[in-house]
Design a protein. Sequence first.
Length: 261
Amino acid sequence: MNGLSTTIKIEPDSAAIFAQSGLDAQTVFTDPRIHLWRNLPERQNATFDFVSPDGIPHRWHIKRYLTGHAADVEREVRGIHLLRDHGIPTVPLIAHGKLPDGRAFLITDDLAGRVPADKLPPATIPTALPPIVQLAARLHAQGLHHQDLYLCHFFVRPGGPAHQGPVHLIDAGRVHPLPSWPFRFRWVVKDLAQLLFSLRRLNLHADADRALAHYCQLRHPTFPRLLRFCINYKIRRIAAHDRRLRQTQPGRDVSLQTPPM
């Protein structure tokens, strides 16, 4: 991508359906069929629904970045590729591009039939936790971390344990390779604290404890007591940050809001 011309890269598997959608790099920002559901200073989140000529309905998710934030698109594309290359289920990438004025966009396919784990009825979340924890452990075992590993970024089938299909991890723009020891410890702590904070905020304190115990069974950390101590400390820091965000920026919290289903 460069800042002098309109560029768009369409994933090869999506070329035919993208042509049928009627979108191009310009109309991603103007098409009236696009439904805006979140508007932040740096980006807009939207959904795009259309029916292909064969009568099949499609829903795509669009992130539109304002001038000066095009690098966010590149980061998310790299993150999607990292997850995909390491066998971590994530959102299918459709296309991404940039306009001459510096605005940029990313289009991904809908994870049909799946919902953010934090949108499940609280009573059913515990049944979804084992595959979620397994995915978090697998992420770290593959040498990756997320930096934003809140419950809302795990997409699951409602009421479904692992046999109903794999858990998918979204918001890949924060995904990076883990650094070497001891720096990797910090990022593992942050990931796990974010996940456990999500559970505690839903008053699932015992389930948060069980989730960490399950993770430790899978990963066998060298210093489990130190890990627990650091996670609890980080959770307190996240909670304080969340309170400040809710006071100063009511449209935000520490985890991503998701569109209505």
